[in-house]
Design a protein around this ligand. Structure first.
Ligand code: AMP
Length: 283
């Protein structure tokens, strides 16, 4: 497995692969791998000839009071896990290489970031769209894999790819969960033991709402109130949002008709967790 530590090395490697008529797959990450990350690599592996994983804690997607400086890192372990998962190259650019002095060009979407996480993290999706654009330009993939765990991010990337006319197939990986239901996240490592058990309120709330819809409840105000009340009954939780939305536009809906996204963001102690599910009332 190749370890590429600069844009220049990465570009040269990709150009070499493409010159041989082979295809490249990319799994962008911020590292500190868990099984969710590895499942995206496994999904990407058969879809391309050469699989690249990037590890870059992207400063432009973190707000001022967010956890950029605390974000967990273990590059050696990540490299080992990527190797075992059949990755061909790990791209590890530095911040200075990605954002050289004088950097001033950003990519911004007009509508999708006005919903869900974007309302609470105003610069987040501008940072995501910018770094993904740069990664696509550097790595030159024909396929890229993103997790549905970051549902809004996935929609942003699908839209970005269409809007900028890239011929890149965007594949979505399902949310990988701990045996008790907690969605895997590098940020779960911040949780104390007590917070860890309160963090279960997210996946339990999704299941509860799914059940309520299956039993015939369609009114979103009723469903949302129940979700918020349920999560708030757990210690250390503060609900940032619990919203039912159209699964592509992310516009709020007032009744559950057809496939509907239920997306949650909850603070458990100081840790911000997200989770989501798409509920189909007809199934
Ligand atoms: P991150 O390193 O948190 O930026 O995540 C990198 C990629 O892994 C993103 O596409 C995430 O959506 C995806 N991801 C994160 N957590 C999970 C999970 N539990 N299951 C599946 N994919 C995930």
């Amino acid at each position: 497995m190749e370890i590429l530590r600069s844009k220049k090395e990465m570009q040269a490697w990709s150009e070499g692969v493409l010159a041989q008529g082979l295809t490249i797959g990319l799994v962008p990450t911020m590292g500190y791998f868990h099984q969710g990350h590895l499942s995206l690599m496994e999904k990407g592996r058969p879809l391309c000839n050469r699989l690249v994983v990037s590890i870059f804690v992207n400063p432009t997607q973190f707000g001022e009071n967010e956890d950029l400086d605390a974000y967990p890192i273990d590059i050696e372990r990540d490299i080992e896990l990527a190797g075992k998962t059949g990755v061909d190259a790990v791209f590890l650019p530095t911040r200075d290489d990605m954002y050289a002095p004088g950097f001033q060009t950003y990519v911004e979407l007009t509508d999708l970031p006005n919903h869900l996480c974007g309302k609470f993290r105003p610069i987040h999706f501008k940072g995501v769209a910018t770094v993904v654009t740069k990664l696509f330009n550097i790595v030159k993939p024909q396929v890229a894999v993103f997790g549905q765990k970051d549902y809004q991010q996935l929609q942003v990337i699908r839209r970005l790819t269409r809007d900028l006319d890239w011929n890149i197939r965007i594949e979505a990986g399902e949310i990988f969960r701990e045996p008790d239901g907690l969605a895997m996240s590098s940020r779960n490592t911040y949780l104390s033991e007590e917070e860890r058990s309160s963090a279960l309120s997210l996946s339990k709330a999704l299941e509860r709402a799914r059940q309520a819809v299956a039993e015939g409840t369609r009114d979103v105000t009723t469903l949302e109130q129940d979700v918020i009340r349920f999560i708030s009954s757990f210690a250390h939780t503060t609900v940032e949002y619990a919203e039912f939305c159209h699964p592509q536009t992310l516009e709020n809906v007032s009744t559950v008709e057809g496939k509907t996204l239920l997306a949650l963001a909850v603070r458990v102690g100081n840790t911000r967790l997200i989770d989501n599910t798409v509920i189909d009332p007809d199934n």
